[in-house]
Write a new protein. Sequence first.
Length: 151
Amino acid sequence: MIAYQLCVEAQNKPGSLARITATLAREKINLRSITISTYQDHGIINILVDDSQKGFKALQSEGLPVSLKPVLAVLIDDKPGGLDELIQLLYKENINVENAYGFVLESWKNAVFVLDVDQEEKTRKILHDAGFKMLSADALAAVEPFHYMKY
């Protein structure tokens, strides 16, 4: 299954992130996860939202340099070694992880690891054959991390 993330190129300066979040908020697009990586004066902001097509169009209409990137959202066990099992499998199959991040869905039960890899189709097949579950774009948009906790 394929999910999608928004990748926004941005200048590393005050206001860049605010422009993105304001656009998504105005369009009633809910952020599910966000990562920011910068190098000197530029960076990449990866965002999972509840409606990737709508988010893409909204950011694009604001003139922001955005792309819609297919990613694999893999369900893993939230336990010591849970991520290592996945990573060792990818390593053994000579698959390069180009970008990744994760978040816990339910503590000590499961997490999601979002992968951008160099061989997407091969990776999907390998993960499926190994019994890993992948979330679709709709399933990923609907996740509710920490819904079971009282704050």
